[in-house]
Design a protein around this ligand. Structure first.
Ligand SMILES: NC(=O)c1ccc[n+]([C@@H]2O[C@H](COP(=O)([O-])OP(=O)(O)OC[C@H]3O[C@@H](n4cnc5c(N)ncnc54)[C@H](O)[C@@H]3O)[C@@H](O)[C@H]2O)c1
Ligand SMILES: [Zn+2]
Length: 353
């Protein structure tokens, strides 16, 4: 195995993200750098458990750990207070103490749930993220946002809780269904578009699989840079919401039939068209973004008429009072934040239909 690349994230509590093929096999010795070998909890979902837990378990055991496993049913429908409670109860039944740790092995759902459970258990214990989807590698395992969905909306309860360590093994994404992989590609293209023109060029033809380590690493670096500067989303971190104002509204209006990454792809294309129509970007930019989405197997047209989607941006969680920030792409690697009233935002975005 090539030596993993390490990205240091200098948040309030700094931590390392290691990226390397075959890292899952070595996870035990990596975890031992942040935790004395002994008992350790692992949380994963019902899809990931049979695929990747045996390798993690063997590696933890070889490094002197005694892991115990908590498995919940795979899918966003499990990202609830009820599953969160089940995890807390299991940690308590195993008498985990303040100095123990919990490992999240899985996609964004597992990471968000486990991170929130780690933030709440005994008022906070350490956790390690081992993301297994591309989305979790490039996005959800960086930045320390954890949480669960409530009946009233997604991610409405949670905490900022930074992990002690993140281990990304790109080989693990080989078992992902095509659509789930594509969800992560949408977030990676988003990251490139807001912060790295060269990365966007590398990805836009869709032929980057042989360079996926580099893509993952560069996305992590961009997100880490932004998060370091703005850990609690007061300013620059809002850039990461590119494509998300409409994306969330699309998810909501289709009752989540359109997945998050696919909705973000549609939202990104529409906000680019709106940027052109509002005179903030050249026409070539919207065309280039659409072509990049297409080449990467992602959609760029809206699943419903814009007028049916726009009312739903009113429930955007990122809204501050009656205003919301729309992230507008102006060139590859460059975006602007527009602070608009709800009516202004709707008028701006309507032109991107
Ligand atoms: N915390 C953050 O900053 C942040 C950022 C973006 C998204 N999110 C959250 O992340 C979630 C979406 O993440 P996701 O797309 O990873 O969802 P997910 O965790 O549900 O994973 C998607 C599907 O892939 C399966 N899977 C995971 N790894 C696999 C593998 N290696 N092989 C085969 N199947 C595998 C899962 O079982 C699931 O069925 C949402 O809940 C979203 O709110 C959080
Ligand atoms: Zn997203």
């Amino acid at each position: 195995m090539d030596k993993p690349h390490i990205i240091e994230v200098k948040t309030g509590k700094p931590y390392a993200i290691a990226v390397g093929e075959g890292l899952l096999r070595e996870a035990g010795s990596w975890v031992a750098t942040v935790q004395k070998p002994g008992r350790i909890a692992v949380v994963t979902d019902s899809h990931v458990a049979p695929l990747h837990y045996p390798e993690l378990e063997a590696s933890l055991t070889a490094a002197g750990f005694t892991p115990f496993l908590h498995v919940f049913p795979a899918g966003e429908a499990s990202k609830t207070l009820s599953t969160f409670g089940d995890i807390l109860n299991d940690l308590a039944e195993h008498q985990l103490t303040r100095t123990d740790k919990v490992i999240a092995l899985g996609g964004g759902v597992t990471g968000d749930l486990t991170g929130f459970a780690a933030a709440a258990y005994l008022r906070g214990i350490g956790f390690v993220q081992i993301p297994t989807t591309l989305l979790a590698m490039v996005d959800s395992s960086v930045g320390g946002k954890t949480g669960v969905d409530l009946p009233s909306g997604k991610n409405l309860a949670g905490a900022f809780h930074q992990p002690a360590l993140v281990l990304c093994d790109p080989n693990v994404t080989d078992t992902l269904p095509t659509d789930v992989f594509a969800d992560g590609v949408a977030e990676a293209l988003k990251t490139a578009l807001l912060g790295d023109a060269d990365l966007f060029s590398l990805m836009e033809q869709g032929q980057w699989r042989s360079q996926r380590n580099q893509v993952i690493e560069r996305c992590i670096r961009i997100k880490a840079d932004i998060v370091e500067e703005d850990e609690f989303e007061q300013g620059r971190r809002k850039l990461l919401n590119l494509g998300h104002t409409l994306g969330h509204a699309i998810e909501k209006c289709t009752a989540f039939a359109v997945s998050h990454g696919h909705a973000v792809a549609m939202g990104m294309a529409a906000v680019a068209r709106a940027a052109v129509a509002n005179g903030l970007a050249p026409a070539a930019l919207a065309k280039r973004i659409q072509a990049a989405l297409l080449a990467n197997g992602l959609p760029f047209t809206l699943p419903l008429p814009m007028d049916e989607i726009l009312p739903a941006i009113a429930s955007d969680k990122k809204r501050a009072g009656s205003r919301l920030t729309v992230v507008v792409p102006t060139a590859p690697g460059d975006c602007r934040l527009l602070d608009l009233s709800l009516t202004e935002a709707q008028a701006f975005l309507r032109k991107g239909a």
